[in-house]
Design a protein around this ligand. Structure first.
Ligand SMILES: [Zn+2]
Ligand SMILES: [Zn+2]
Length: 449
């Protein structure tokens, strides 16, 4: 009796697994390791084109006319291709639809927010205790808005705006802590024998003036040693010799940086022309004030202080015209809420025509939508997706992509169950939600004080 039970069961499992093996072999033969992809939008099959909403098709066509072929192809295929996974535990095949990640894709915007949040949430942990504990230091909301002439900014104007913000924040921070910043000018880190930076008892980096190497090391308050861990980088010498894509090991290095951080996000207003910038700023309290009553009662922002003055100067230099809309306020609910404030606009896309969305995507290609400045500028930040989980009830194993198989059309694997998607390490949902941090209300233009 027992052996017949085993016989009843075994052949079934065996034929299932053979069918699965054949299926995977066929998929690999058809789509290969690189999967479905094209170089031109015109190659996208009619079946896919016909499945698009009229709006998405218009967005794709405008993207093509702006020279963004790959972007248009990705958008057309958003959620129409899938990765195939196999469970190491129960053998179940499963799928996960691939998204285009375009910044102006209505489907992808919420996912993009999760990815960005997970990537930038790490910054807070990188700030050393010595920097963090300085009097008046903390996370702040810092928003900027530029005057505009009623047209969407060009790529070069957007780049210039980003530069104005960088210069404004750098200058204001330096001016605020001039004493500390000056002390570190022309200094280099003193290292321990193992190469790590030497720190004082209070946790500040020890440094010497490069011009006076014989002098005693000094403690640099307000500064920090930032680690750039060992990584692979392009080997330009080898590439010149003709070795394509040659890489070399770049050893760990340390840089002396002044302690502040700025996570800057580019955003467009309801009218698509009002480019403005939300950011999360860590650092000293900057010289700034605004009329809170006026803002609450009549949604007018009147602001003043060195932060505003420097923004006026820098915007005048860049555009020949002063901008003066700045909002600065201590984050009342901590880092995660100020980060969510800065990034929340990446969750939804501006209401616009499909052509308008394609043009915004195009304008944003000239700069990073979200950028990090300050002490950790240049640090590689990646958001790590958590392994998806097997959909079989009670299995719970982490599944892996089927090796040697790239993206396949979703229609060919529609019968497979979806993986349990576990998002990204450190995404917003992992934190206590408190998204009620206030910034400049949408659509507010400051009046000249
Ligand atoms: Zn399983
Ligand atoms: Zn998408």
């Amino acid at each position: 009796m027992r052996s017949s039970v085993a016989l009843d069961y075994e052949p079934m499992d065996w034929s299932d697994s053979m069918a699965q093996t054949f299926r995977l072999r066929d998929l690999k033969e058809k789509h290969g390791e690189r999967g479905v992809g094209f170089t031109e939008f015109a190659q996208v099959p009619n079946k896919i084109i016909e499945s698009l909403t009229p709006e998405i098709l218009r967005q794709c066509k405008e993207s093509v006319s702006l020279g963004m072929e790959q972007n248009a192809i990705r958008l057309a295929y958003c959620q129409k291709r899938a990765h195939v996974f196999e469970c190491p535990n129960c053998g179940q095949l499963s799928k996960k639809a691939a998204s285009c990640k375009n910044r102006m894709c209505p489907e992808c915007a919420p996912r993009n927010f999760d990815i960005l949040f997970a990537r930038f949430a790490k910054i807070d942990k990188l700030i050393p205790a010595a920097v963090r504990c300085q009097l008046g230091y903390g996370w702040h909301v810092l928003d900027f808005s530029f005057r505009h002439d009623g047209d969407m900014p060009t790529q070069s104007e957007l780049r210039l705006m980003v530069k104005v913000i960088r210069r404004t924040v750098e200058r204001t921070v330096k001016e605020t802590r001039r004493d500390l910043v000056r002390a570190g000018a022309g200094c280099k880190l003193v290292r321990n024998e193992d190469g790590t930076p030497k720190l004082s008892a209070d946790g500040w980096p020890m440094a010497i003036k490069v011009k006076h190497p014989g002098n005693d090391p000094i403690e640099l308050k307000g500064w920090q040693a930032v680690e750039f861990s060992a990584h692979e980088g392009p080997d330009n010498a080898a590439r010149k010799r003709g070795i394509k894509g040659a890489k070399k090991k770049i050893p760990t290095s340390w840089k002396l940086r002044f302690g502040y951080e700025l996570i800057r996000v580019t955003e467009f207003g309801f009218d698509n022309v009002n480019a403005h910038f939300h950011s999360a700023f860590f650092g000293p309290s900057l010289d700034y004030g605004f009329d809170e009553k006026l803002l609450k009662q009549s949604r007018r922002l009147v602001c003043w202080g060195r932060l505003v003055d420097i923004f006026k100067e820098e915007s005048l230099k860049a555009f020949g015209e002063e901008s003066y809309t700045v909002f600065f306020q201590k984050a009342r609910q901590g880092f995660e809420s100020v980060l969510a404030h800065a990034l929340k606009y990446t969750k939804k896309i501006p209401s616009s025509t499909p052509e308008g969305l394609a043009r915004l995507e195009h304008v944003l290609q000239g700069t990073r939508r979200v950028a990090l400045l300050g002490a950790h500028y240049g640090i590689p930040l990646k958001s790590k997706p958590r392994d998806p989980i097997c959909p079989t009830p009670n299995c719970g194993a982490a599944v892996k992509r089927v090796p040697g198989l790239g993206l396949v059309p979703l229609s060919e694997v529609a019968d497979l169950p979806d993986v349990k998607d576990c998002g990204y390490e450190g995404q917003a949902a992992d934190f206590v939600p408190s998204d009620d941090c206030e910034g400049v209300p949408e659509g507010i233009q400051a009046r000249a004080p």
